[in-house]
Design a protein around this ligand. Sequence first.
Ligand SMILES: *[C@@H]1O[C@H](CO)[C@@H](O)[C@H](O)[C@H]1NC(C)=O
Ligand SMILES: *[C@@H]1O[C@H](CO)[C@@H](O)[C@H](O)[C@H]1NC(C)=O
Ligand SMILES: *[C@@H]1O[C@H](CO)[C@@H](O)[C@H](O)[C@H]1NC(C)=O
Length: 417
Amino acid sequence: MGRLVAKLLVLCFISLTTCSLSAALRAHDLRRGLEQAVRGRLLADATEGGAVVPIHWSQAHYVANFTIGTPPQPASGIIDLSGELIWTQCSQCSGCFKQELPLFDPTASSTYRPEPCGTALCESIPRDSRNCSSNLCVYKASTRAGETGGLVGTDTLAVGTAKASLAFGCVVVSDIDTMDGPSGFVGLGRTPWSLVAQTDVAAFSYCLAPHDAGKNSALFLGSSAKLAGSKSTTPTPFVNISAGSSDDAFGNYYKVHLEGLKAGDAVIALPPSGSTVLLDTFSPVSFLVDGAYQALKKAVTSAVGSAPTATPLKPFDLCFPKASASSAPDLVLTFHGAAAMTVPPSNYLLDDGRGGVCLAILSSARLNLTPELEGLSILGSLQQENIHFLFDLEKDALPFEPADCSKLSSSMAATSF
Ligand SMILES: *[C@@H]1O[C@H](CO)[C@@H](O)[C@H](O)[C@H]1NC(C)=O
Ligand SMILES: *[C@@H]1O[C@H](CO)[C@@H](O)[C@H](O)[C@H]1NC(C)=O
Ligand SMILES: *[C@@H]1O[C@H](CO)[C@@H](O)[C@H](O)[C@H]1NC(C)=O
């Protein structure tokens, strides 16, 4: 737990705006040509009957193992719900970050194909994010961990029970210092070359097991993505941000609209128009629009009934002695369409490793957003534990339900497709 807290110091304050805004802008242009170009490459068995991808918690993120190439070489990627592409470091890499597994060696794969310049796939990458080197298509991309770039390549990827010929970033340059193990990212974003877009699924879902349980979580692609749904919740629709100049900002994110928030019986006031929430699997902690955050802090403090720790562990600003946390209330988030999500104290009070627990929700003022984006909030992965989220891309909506994610993933993983 101490390690997670230490990681938070580094990871939470990566500039969200710089990374995702530029990625979002690119995504818009990319969508056009790339979608056509990559879908033809899908192998028939990729998601027919659905696919299950086991994911595990590592350091501060959920990670999926996958393989690339023929014969398969192992790789591992941080699951990034807003991520633009799948990428892994390649053997031509110079000055890249340390990873647990060997670098992917394209020359050792009989199925690897570098993308030439001038193809639809290459051309659809915006001019300022692509280039041509020895007639090979090269790209650069902002990811949530930093900037990376390399060759656009295609090869056979096997991730969980899915196997397909997919385009990915074969990274040869990056400014990322460390990722503490994984070799790359598995992007699920609303972009043309994310895993989700390339497998052309109508739906996907994931269920994150508590990070400290040592159990697997799962990502379900295609028809395996379904909720138990006996008393299925009302889905909440995905929304777009259309605030003046920032139209289409965060276009690669899945976003929903928060309309109500309670901490136990206390009603937490939100801005009159509510708050647009970016769903996120990269940040472990959530960020709540500032006014509501200040009110939430007060409500939690008053429910807990004991004095907060005088010097909260950074980056948090509200911590309590562990013993006093037992009276912390459930939080209930109500999204558009009256879809209610209950966040129990175990999902928002994080053990600080020194006898206390800290509120794993921070003010969105920390994100230094531009004024027109100040109403944004982010739902981080810790607050999503043991909730099964179904991304219904046809209905453009998000039903979800409480679930025992580790059980769900083990029972589903046993199914063969
Ligand atoms: C992922 O791969 C690593 C390294 O090969 C291995 O140690 C780990 O057990 C794998 N995790 C899962 C969940 O398969
Ligand atoms: C493309 O590469 C050339 C040669 O390295 C370089 O001069 C040029 O600035 C690059 N263009 C872009 C858009 O990065
Ligand atoms: C949001 O934008 C996406 C992509 O431009 C579009 O497909 C979708 O219909 C929009 N959704 C809403 C609710 O406007």
